[in-house]
Design a protein around this ligand. Structure first.
Ligand code: 5GP
Length: 120
């Protein structure tokens, strides 16, 4: 089994967080270093390191992450103006915590999708 991260301890409430939601499949808590007024992380309770580790068995949890994101966006009052959902994967995706997570970002314009780079 891949090594757990700090997120597993947050999910089990062994470490404190600003937790907004938890059910049998997923947990949502505020990012400790918010990039925008609303910055929430939605994670599967099971430790799945990256998008590259997702299998058919994870479809329920992956779908639940999205419906929870939609509900939290409504609760945060950002649904009408819009928001961005991001899942970073691996080194080139700049993933820092190896427990797959969806960022829910909003509350102001999130800016361009990525910094465009000219081909080398
Ligand atoms: P990544 O770059 O892996 O997609 O995003 C990791 C995110 O986790 C970052 O936005 C970072 O601020 C957040 N983060 C890292 N450690 C903690 C923590 O202990 N608690 C919370 N709430 N967020 C964390």
């Amino acid at each position: 089994m891949a090594t757990e991260t700090i997120f597993s301890k947050i999910i089990r409430k062994e470490l404190p967080s600003d937790m907004l939601y938890q059910d049998d499949l997923v947990t949502a808590f505020r990012d400790i270093n918010p990039a925008l007024p609303t910055h929430i992380l939605i994670v599967p309770n099971e430790h799945i390191p990256t998008s590259s580790d997702v299998t058919d068995a994870h479809e329920a949890a992956m779908g639940r992450m999205h419906t929870v994101a939609r509900k939290l966006a409504e609760e945060e009052g950002i649904a009408k103006d819009g928001y961005r959902l991001i899942i970073n994967c691996g080194e080139h995706g700049r993933q820092e915590v190896m427990h797959i997570h969806m960022h829910l970002l909003g509350g102001s314009d999130v800016g361009p999708m990525i910094v465009r780079k000219k081909p080398a």
